[in-house]
Design a protein around this ligand. Structure first.
Ligand code: PRP
Length: 204
């Protein structure tokens, strides 16, 4: 039995579609249920940022999660495969009329991704004050809470509709299949079988 933690929403659906094609079976969560058991698999529906915890502590053997979340958390997990779904970028955004001046001594940034934001500006030798927010990040520079934001950009619509622009792309992200280190040893055969099927399916 392999337990797989999936992030709620589009990535969960797209991941289950991959499983449906590979195993030629329907993999659908009933209504508000958070566990789906199907043959040799058990799927858990969790929040995006929570996927690494379920895998790290071994409640799930495998997980599907964005590279942005992995980079932010920096946990000791096995990165197995880039699934090529859930593509987005982590970008620095500012008001249309502002410019990013990396020669300034310090900057205030609003972000859900404190570590990625800190690392980027520190690598530019700028002192950075990161204000941690949990959503609607685009609002922060509009009301003077921060000079800039570090946030996910998918279509770019949210920034555009709020008078913001991308001034720098920090990293590109997509959903990755990850494994718990112990599971990767104790269930290596099952995990590699699945890995190969998925790899074949996504054409890598
Ligand atoms: C994410 C992100 C941006 C938006 C970007 O937020 O934080 O706000 O999506 O998408 P776009 O480039 O396609 O407009 P999410 O929808 O996860 O909501 P949140 O603000 O509650 O985190």
């Amino acid at each position: 039995m392999l337990t797989v933690a999936l992030p709620k929403g589009r990535i969960a659906e797209e991941t289950l579609e991959i499983f449906e094609t590979i195993f030629d079976e329907k993999f659908v969560f009933e209504d508000r249920k958070l566990i789906l058991e199907k043959g040799d698999f058990r799927f858990l529906l969790v929040r995006n940022q929570d996927v690494p915890s379920y895998v790290l502590y071994g409640s799930a053997d495998l997980g599907v999660v964005g590279l942005d979340v992995l980079e932010e958390k920096g946990l000791d997990l096995v990165r197995l495969l880039d699934l090529g779904i859930g593509k987005c970028k982590v970008c620095i955004g500012m008001k249309n009329e502002d410019e990013l001046d990396l020669t300034k001594p310090e900057i205030t940034v609003a972000s859900k991704m404190e570590n990625i934001a800190k690392r980027y500006f520190e690598s530019k030798a700028m002192a950075v004050n990161v204000i941690k927010l949990y959503g609607s990040i685009e609002l922060a520079p509009l009301v003077g809470l921060s000079d800039a934001i570090v946030d996910i950009v998918e279509t770019g619509t949210t920034m555009k509709q709020n008078g913001l622009k991308v001034v720098e792309t920090i990293m590109e992200s997509s959903a990755h299949l990850i494994a718990n280190k112990n599971s990767f040893i104790s269930k290596k055969k099952e995990i590699l079988e699945l890995y190969e099927k998925i790899q074949e399916h996504i054409g890598k």
